[in-house]
Design a protein around this ligand. Structure first.
Ligand SMILES: [Zn+2]
Length: 214
């Protein structure tokens, strides 16, 4: 952020979060939109999006709402604002769905334990989600919120994040290709999230969440 101290950054983050949520719902508050536009104009006085948003927010016209929402989202992106789970709760829901699918594969491979999703803001100063095993283990980096934006990348990210702590919890690679006895990796293949085995030139063992029962 180009502006001053921590307080300014915190105030900007609160404004950005509120405007983002409103813009995604298609109804931007004119005062907040004006504040966002002027904060952009302070650092970039000729910014056309900010100029247009500032003048639309002064008009208070209902018909301008969709355009204001569009401008607000583009200004937030330009300011480097990254939405988190608070702004995009659907992203968290899709990561939760993905954990359920990984748990289904744990059950299919005869492991009677399951993982859960844990959101932690403290560890890296940013809000990431971590797949946590039954013994409390997690990966180091976790999953950034935007991974939840699309179901296939969400599932790949969750399965990848689960593998490291699962390996520690099980003291073994998981899951293992039944044909080649090799540990497999999560990946995207033909627009699906799959468990990929490197044996015999590589093959998809199963879609993640559809591991064949023993
Ligand atoms: Zn294999």
């Amino acid at each position: 952020m180009e502006n001053g101290g921590v307080d300014d950054d915190a105030a900007f983050d609160r404004l950005a979060s509120a405007v983002y949520i409103a813009a995604r719902a298609g109804a931007v508050d004119c005062t907040a939109a004006f504040d966002l536009a002027t904060s952009r104009l302070e650092v970039s006085p000729l910014d056309p999006d900010a100029t247009e948003l500032a003048s639309l927010s002064l008009e208070f016209a209902e018909a301008s709402q969709p355009r204001m929402a569009e401008l607000a989202l583009s200004l937030l992106a330009a300011a480097g604002f990254c939405p988190g789970f608070k702004e995009e709760p659907g992203w968290l829901a899709s990561l939760e769905d993905a954990v359920r699918l990984v748990n289904r594969d744990l059950a299919a491979t005869g492991i009677g334990r399951s993982c859960r999703l844990h959101v932690d803001v403290e560890r890296h100063g940013i809000e990431n989600a971590y797949v946590e095993t039954w013994d409390g283990g997690t990966s180091y980096c976790g999953i950034s919120p935007d991974c939840g934006a699309d179901p296939v990348p969400a599932l790949v990210a969750v399965a990848e994040d689960a593998q490291d702590p699962l390996m520690h919890a099980l003291w073994a690679a998981w899951p293992v290709c039944p044909l080649h006895r090799l540990g497999v990796h999560a990946g995207a293949y033909q627009k699906a999230a799959v468990w990929w085995c490197g044996g015999d030139g590589g093959h998809a063992v199963a879609a993640i969440g559809e591991w064949p029962d023993r």
